[in-house]
Design a protein around this ligand. Sequence first.
Ligand SMILES: [Zn+2]
Length: 178
Amino acid sequence: MPTVARGYGLKINRSGMAICPFHREKTPSAKIYPDGFHCFGCGVHADVIAFTQRLFGLPRPIDAAKKLNEDFYLHLDLGGHKSVNEVSEYRKKQREREEYERWEREAWNTLWGYLRTMYEWREMAPRSPDDEPDPRFAYALGHLDWAEWLCGEFINADEEGRKMMRSEVERIGGFWEG
Ligand SMILES: [Zn+2]
């Protein structure tokens, strides 16, 4: 994405931001990701093909793919059926990627929410020895280390490692509902 964005005249600053070509602005609000474009100003979200299609007002994604092929000397054979399949295969991968990223954000929110709650519950210690301890306090004592460990694992894991934590994340998500 950065190569294509630069190639079509966008200036990307050190934080990966550029002036959005899809709406008028003076300060950059478009983020250029390795595999996509997102404008925080006008909300345009696009992969490389959709970006090119929109930028040049091309009718179909395949037209954008052809333009990229020519402009960036990709030497792809975009003549026949195979190439259409290639484009839809690319789009499928892109969708899977977006699904994973959505899951990853939600999973992190779940784990981080769990850890924060454990910290809160730990503050519910009985005020005097005669007080009945709050069950949430007891729960936090038993699970705080676990919650910290999970968050640490999730941060440090790669994509495969995070996927392997899926059932654990679901269990904790279910814990909120239960
Ligand atoms: Zn914009």
